[in-house]
Design a binder for this molecule. Structure first.
Ligand SMILES: [Zn+2]
Length: 138
């Protein structure tokens, strides 16, 4: 895994369609000053972007420990180490995005989390599909 570390105030185009400002932690804590992103996650995101040819909204990528706790994220969340992001493909239902990802999971080499209105992807070593739909999650 190739892990990039950026400063939270840094500006950078990371791939053709993704900018660093989309990956920062959503908190406003002063001590949250760095952003971690794996290269593998960026590659997969661009592949998904190229497939759907629609904008991808990243609703949550890197999270610092404090912010992850604030939003009741999993204690061992892949967002904490820059391995994960939650996405919405504009104009495409979360269901459709998830079906595509599941069909191509081995090629993409990702774990997929199914939520009602967004999709979690991460690049941990195992290929898992977990389903959080209709469990009170938005
Ligand atoms: Zn933070």
């Amino acid at each position: 895994m190739l892990l990039h570390t950026y400063n939270k105030n840094e500006k950078k185009q990371l791939t053709k369609n993704f900018n660093l400002n989309e990956f920062h932690c959503n908190c406003a804590y002063l001590e949250c000053s760095q952003t971690y992103i794996t290269e593998e996650l960026l590659v997969v995101l661009q592949v998904i972007r190229n497939y759907f040819k629609e904008c991808i909204k990243i609703t949550s990528a890197y999270r610092c420990f404090r912010y992850n706790k604030d939003i009741s994220g999993a204690i061992n969340s892949q967002h904490l180490n820059g391995f994960a992001c939650d996405i919405q493909v504009i104009g495409v239902s979360a269901f459709e995005v998830q079906e595509y990802l599941i069909m191509n999971q081995r090629d993409l080499n990702i774990t997929i989390g199914r939520y009602n209105t967004f999709t979690h992807i991460d690049v941990r070593d195992e290929l898992i599909v977990f389903d959080m739909r209709d469990k009170g999650n938005k």
